[in-house]
Design a binder for this molecule. Structure first.
Ligand code: ZN
Length: 185
């Protein structure tokens, strides 16, 4: 397994719509395993393929020990009440904002073996599913912010992005300590 570098805001791959995976192969599994390792190295709780520069419709999630590899995931049911919470993103380091989302979602996907699964998540897990599935459609959490909050988030990013030449964030292997109490997805 390898820790991959993470693409940050400004890399066009983050705005592309991913391609559905026709068949889960060893290549898909290698991507999944590398994505888990990368997510853990970044102390994240979710990671989507475009964040590592890939176009497959694949994401991984690990919220409080509930780990899922999701291939071709779709939200098939969302229900309220809507909840607002602060989100961050491994592709927009050190930028945070409140996002309102349905409190509970049911996701249908294929797992690492290509078997169909259906999983319902609420709270942080449900939020994480929605954030990662958005990534697979080129959507980022900052898109949900009000005009003013988005402008201030982007101003903060203007300062941060200097650290990531070529829009690439290079991680060191092993779990790193997050400097921010909130989780990044
Ligand atoms: Zn993200």
């Amino acid at each position: 397994m390898s820790v991959l570098s993470i693409r940050v805001l400004g890399d066009p791959v983050l705005r592309e719509v991913t391609q559905p995976v026709a068949e889960v192969t060893d290549e898909t599994r290698r991507l999944i395993d590398d994505m888990f390792e990368t997510m853990y190295a970044a102390s994240g709780i979710g990671l989507a393929a475009p964040q590592v520069g890939r176009r497959e419709r694949v994401c991984v999630v690990d919220v409080e020990g509930a780990a899922y590899a999701l291939v071709n995931p779709e939200v098939v049911h969302a229900e309220g009440p809507k909840a607002k919470a602060e989100e961050g993103c491994l592709s927009i380091p050190d930028v945070y904002g409140d996002v309102e989302r349905p409190g509970r979602v049911t996701v249908r996907a294929l797992d690492r073996d290509g078997a169909p699964i259906e999983v319902t998540g609420e709270g942080l897990l449900g939020r994480c599913f929605q954030h990662e599935i958005d990534h697979l459609h080129g959507k980022l959490f900052i898109d949900y912010l009000s005009f003013l909050k988005r402008r201030s988030a982007l101003a903060k990013w203007e300062e941060e992005k200097e650290q990531y030449p070529g829009f690439i964030r290079i991680l060191k292997p092993g779990r790193s300590a997050s400097e921010h109490p909130e989780e990044e997805l």
